[in-house]
Design a protein around this ligand. Sequence first.
Ligand code: SAH
Length: 460
Amino acid sequence: MRYLPLAFDLLDRPCLLVGGGGIATRKARLLHKAGARLLVAAPEVGEELLELVRESGGRWLSERYEPRHLDGVDLVVAATSDSSVNAAVSADARVRHLPVNVVDSPELCTFTFPAIVERGPLAIGISSGGGAPVLARRIRAQLEALLSPAVGVVAELAASTREQVKAALPEPVRRDFWRWVFSGPVARKVEAGQVQQARAELLHSLGEWQGSPEPRGEVYLVGGGPGDSDLLTFRALRLMQEADVVLYDRLVSPAVLELVRRDAERIYVGKQKQFHAVPQEDINQRLVDLARQGNKVLRLKGGDPFIFGRGGEEIDRLADAGIPFQVVPGITAASGCASYAGIPLTHRDHAQSVRFITGHLKDGILALPWGELATPGQTLVFYMGLTGIETICRELIDHGLSKKTPAALVEKGTTPDQRVVVGDLETLPGLAEREKIEAPALSIIGGVVSLRDKLSWFRR
Ligand code: SAH
């Protein structure tokens, strides 16, 4: 992000607009909407602009721009067709540390106007930093279509009752109340045009909520998928936006973490390079404690929480403690890596079943039913199997699979750093070493791997 979008309070503040033509008028409309007092420096101005100046309680300075026009103003916009005048306004304003915008000259600006979506008091600014205004406008059009006009009315209703709600409810109950207002019957009544009834419902419910100020803690056990944030479910995203605190581990990608509510407290519970992970029992206890304090606790995991994720143990503990929870499935690494590597996990000609297996070594040993695994016609997916890749390949060969059985390793699957190495049971361990494959990595073994050449599509 090169430009920080800010929301300016311009109510009754004097703003200087240099220029009297069509472009100046467009900027004047915006400034007037925000309640600014318009001072316009231009020898001539159009009728609409003059009217805006009058309505705003400002003044038309019926002369060419002079540096003294900058005295006492809060903000400056230059919109003349004379580039030397525009440049002079910019230079003078900068000397005085006044925020200045010069239309169509990003290099002369200290701020730019974003594309704006407006719904009552709600304003969404989309800024491309002046670099791609057409893209910003396109996104504005998409948002316009997405947000009903009622959103603005809801925002007005919230603004007009905000102090009352604040006085009645403490945090985190208050946040819960607002969530209920924006998603429940109050918002629905506004959508239906029944604004008075909506207000009555809000105030009535406020009384009820005040009567039971018990914080309602809850835990969301959410699968964050293998890395690409585009693979999150809608429900995962919604709960990520509602969380007060998030506990996440190493496999949660930065792109996914970026989508958690910004104000949520973030607690890392994964492994640090030379340290051990937070013990599972401590995590379980922390979930219980945080929920008891009334928090919406997001337990965010890589992939799917129920596949080699110890999600079962965590909710077992929550169930014992009587804490409400919900589980949101995620795309597991096997599905994500297979799709993005162009390897179908099953295929009529190659594999009638697929097995997800942990390749985690315990005391250097991998005790698995090798005889069962070494049967053709199935796809084997080993999670946590990078350190043990040599053992895995050797055991499968020793138990009867052909040395030439195709095998692949997918590193950091679905992320921009994804790498795939393909070989067979004999060559894969050597390839992994030569290519310096690192965790997280997943191995896929079976005839389906041979389809990759033709079906691979993901390139970044
Ligand atoms: N619950 C997770 C798995 C946790 S076990 C899930 O459903 O995906 C951790 C293992 O998952 C890693 O050792 C690796 O084998 C695999 N893994 C997770 N994310 C991965 C990724 N983006 N690319 C490759 N392997 C991944």
